[in-house]
Design a protein around this ligand. Sequence first.
Ligand SMILES: NC(=O)c1ccc[n+]([C@@H]2O[C@H](COP(=O)([O-])OP(=O)(O)OC[C@H]3O[C@@H](n4cnc5c(N)ncnc54)[C@H](O)[C@@H]3O)[C@@H](O)[C@H]2O)c1
Ligand SMILES: [Zn+2]
Length: 338
Amino acid sequence: MEEIRLYVREDFSVLPELLRDEGEVYLVYDRNVSWAAEQIRGLCALKGFYAIDASEAAKNIDTVLGICRFLLDAGADRKALVLALGGGITTDMAGFAASIFKRGIRFATLPTTLLAQVDAGIGGKTGVNLDGYKNILGVIRQPEFIYTAGCTLETLPEREFRSGVAEMLKTFIISDAPHYRRALELLRSGARPDAELIRAAAAIKCGVVERDEFETGERRVLNLGHTVGHAVEWWQAGRGGYSHGEAVAIGIVQAARLSESLGVCRKGLATRLEADFAAVGLPTICPVSPSEMRQAIARDKKADGGSVHFVLIKDIGKVEVRLLPVDTIIQRLEIANL
Ligand SMILES: NC(=O)c1ccc[n+]([C@@H]2O[C@H](COP(=O)([O-])OP(=O)(O)OC[C@H]3O[C@@H](n4cnc5c(N)ncnc54)[C@H](O)[C@@H]3O)[C@@H](O)[C@H]2O)c1
Ligand SMILES: [Zn+2]
């Protein structure tokens, strides 16, 4: 695939230049960032704009059809460009709508959550939930470009911010030890990640996607912390409690425990990660019992005939993917968590 075009700026001032040669541009945005949509409308010539509610309940095919109807009513042609402004829910849905409208028109993501800036807004996975199954409908289709305006984070609630922090640290654990250290230093001082950190994490994801767009190999590394993380989310369904990022933080610590138990990394890595995460307000204790964990992992869509591609940590900045039987994972984690 072509190189991903990634722009990380303080504000939207460079966006008009990127849209200079575009014919029709439509903006689909999350109502909670109407203020940013206003800024874009003031800067760029838009043919139309459409607000959506960004919630998991509204992340469904009806909302996508609403976006498609908006484009149809506005007379969008096949060369139109859709800008998706919001967090992952918005970029997933607007990207999906653009991907099916008239058999696919172009879209660009303008992520407004830290999580979307380093993860969801990048990589071309689009889609919606169906009957309680997350992201079960969708396609992989790359955005024209990704434009992050750092200023959008100003209104992001603390909890959402922390969720993004977990994905950012995950990315650095996968392949960038120096930025892992820098991120922790900054976060511990109470500051929010700056443009350099967002750009570094986003660029790592771009590189992985460019090398393995359809997740047949390397892209699996991005699932670090997600096998157990998804189990935590599944276990708590209906009870509330952990955000996605918080569940991933718990999952990363468990991945480190398993890595230690398999001799993939030195002893003490899990304890270090626990201390690091706790220092930036992320949870680390896994609330799921071994039997519930077995059930959850086995039902996860990534489970493949009783085994899962589990991302192990060799050291901060280095990971390894191994196909492991679910039983092995459960048995080893049970002992490691004693
Ligand atoms: N496509 C992918 O590769 C991928 C990867 C990870 C997650 N996802 C998906 O992304 C979704 C989660 O996305 P998310 O965590 O980025 O956010 P989100 O879209 O779920 O938004 C979280 C909340 O923050 C609000 N919000 C967003 N930006 C804001 C801002 N700047 N100021 C104030 N409020 C703001 C939203 O309205 C919403 O209430 C999930 O549905 C998940 O499935 C997709
Ligand atoms: Zn995630």
